[in-house]
Design a protein around this ligand. Structure first.
Ligand SMILES: C[S@@+](CC[C@H](N)C(=O)[O-])C[C@H]1O[C@@H](n2cnc3c(N)ncnc32)[C@H](O)[C@@H]1O
Length: 302
C-alpha cells in the first residue's frame, strides 16, 4: 500500500488551494496564459507529441467539416482565387498547418493563412512546426503572430505590421478549436464574436469546435474541479456557444455535438473509439465530446 510521505501532502495542499478571487478578469486570463506557456502545453499541442487522436480527427471528423464548408459555402470564384484562413487560439498551429497542406494536396489554393494565439511559447513552436511540415512555397503564405482574442485586431495589426483595413472583411474561413470557451470564462464572448464577424468576408464562415459541457468524462474537468474556482473551468452549453455568433449577425448553419475521440488518444483508443462511434452516436448523441458551431456572414447587398 502506498504510504503518504511529507512530499505527497505538500503536493496535495498545492492542488487543493483555490486561487485568489477572479473578480478582475486579467487575473484569470493571466492564469490561462501561464498554463499555455508551459512545457506541458508545448507537448500537448505539437504534432509529434499531441496524440494519435488529433491526427486522426484532422484527417477525418474535423477535416470533413473544414472541407465541407469550403466546398459548399465559400463562393466558387473565391475558392479559385485562393482561400484566406485564420485560426484564432491556434496553439502550435496543428489545425492550420494541417489544413494548408491538405487543401493544397486536394488542389484548393490558399491565398494566405494566419494563426494567432496569446502564448508566445506556442506561437514560436507554431513557426517551427510550419518550417518543418510545410513547403517553402506554403510557408510564404502562412504567418503566425501573438495576439489575444480580446484585442485580436489591434495586436494582429501590430504583430504583422499591416493596417487594420487589410484584415477587416478579408477572411473566408476562421477556425477556433478548443479556444472559444476561454472567452466565455472571461465573459467577453460577445465582443470576440463581433470581432470575428468583422474580419469575415461576405459569405465567410466561422467554425468553432470546443468541449461539450454534457460529456461526462473529461479528465481535465476532474482535475480542475479540485484546484480551481468555477469560472476557471466553466463550459458553455451548445446554445451558449452559438448565441454570440447569432448576436453578431451571423447565420448559424450548424449547431451540434459530435466526436468521440480524445485528441490525446493513443492508436489503440483511437481505433476502439472509431469502432464505437456509430453506436454512441445512436444512443447518446448529445453526450459526444465536442460542440460544433458553424456560422456564416451574409452577403452584402450591392
Ligand atoms: C486547448 S488549446 C487549443 C490549441 C489549438 N487550437 C489546437 O487545437 O491544437 C487552447 C488555445 O487557446 C489559446 N487561448 C486561450 N485563451 C486565449 C486568449 N484569450 N487569446 C488568445 N489565445 C487564447 C491558448 O493559448 C491555447 O493555445
Amino acid at each position: 500500500m502506498h504510504r503518504p510521505i511529507a512530499g505527497d501532502w505538500v503536493q496535495l495542499s498545492t492542488v487543493m488551494t483555490k486561487p485568489a478571487s477572479y473578480d478582475n478578469p486579467s487575473v484569470l486570463k493571466g492564469e490561462f496564459l501561464e498554463e499555455y506557456s508551459s512545457d506541458d502545453s508545448l507537448r500537448r499541442y505539437t504534432k509529434e507529441t499531441a496524440g494519435n487522436g488529433i491526427s486522426y480527427l484532422l484527417d477525418h471528423d474535423y477535416g470533413e467539416i473544414y472541407f465541407g464548408v469550403i466546398e459548399n459555402q465559400i463562393p466558387k470564384s473565391r475558392v479559385q482565387k485562393g482561400i484566406r484562413l485564420w485560426e484564432f487560439g491556434c496553439g502550435a498551429g496543428m489545425n492550420l498547418i494541417h489544413l494548408v497542406s491538405s487543401l493544397e494536396r486536394r488542389g484548393v489554393a490558399v491565398q494566405y493563412a494566419l494563426g494567432t494565439d496569446f502564448s508566445e511559447a506556442l506561437i514560436s513552436a507554431a513557426k517551427q512546426q510550419a518550417q518543418r511540415y510545410l513547403t517553402p512555397e506554403q510557408n510564404r503564405k502562412v504567418r503566425f503572430c501573438v495576439a489575444s482574442h480580446e484585442n485580436l485586431i489591434e495586436e494582429t495589426t501590430k504583430g504583422l505590421e499591416v493596417p487594420a483595413e487589410t484584415l477587416l472583411g478579408s477572411f473566408d474561413v476562421m477556425v477556433g478549436v478548443n479556444t472559444i470557451r476561454y472567452c466565455h470564462r472571461l465573459k467577453n464572448e460577445n465582443d470576440v464574436a463581433a470581432t470575428i464577424a468583422s474580419l469575415l468576408a461576405d459569405r465567410g464562415v466561422c467554425i468553432v469546435i470546443d468541449m461539450n459541457d454534457k460529456f461526462p468524462a473529461f479528465r481535465s474537468r476532474f482535475r480542475d474541479r479540485l484546484a480551481k474556482e468555477a469560472e476557471a473551468y466553466y463550459l458553455p452549453s451548445l446554445e451558449e456557444y452559438a448565441r454570440p455568433f447569432s448576436s453578431a449577425g451571423l447565420q448559424i448553419l450548424k449547431r451540434e455535438h459530435f466526436c468521440w475521440i480524445p485528441h490525446s488518444a493513443g492508436a489503440g483508443l483511437t481505433t476502439a473509439m472509431r469502432a464505437l462511434t456509430p453506436v454512441l452516436n445512436t444512443i447518446a448523441p448529445s453526450r459526444a465530446m465536442r460542440s460544433l458551431v458553424i456560422s456564416q456572414k451574409s452577403e452584402r447587398r450591392p
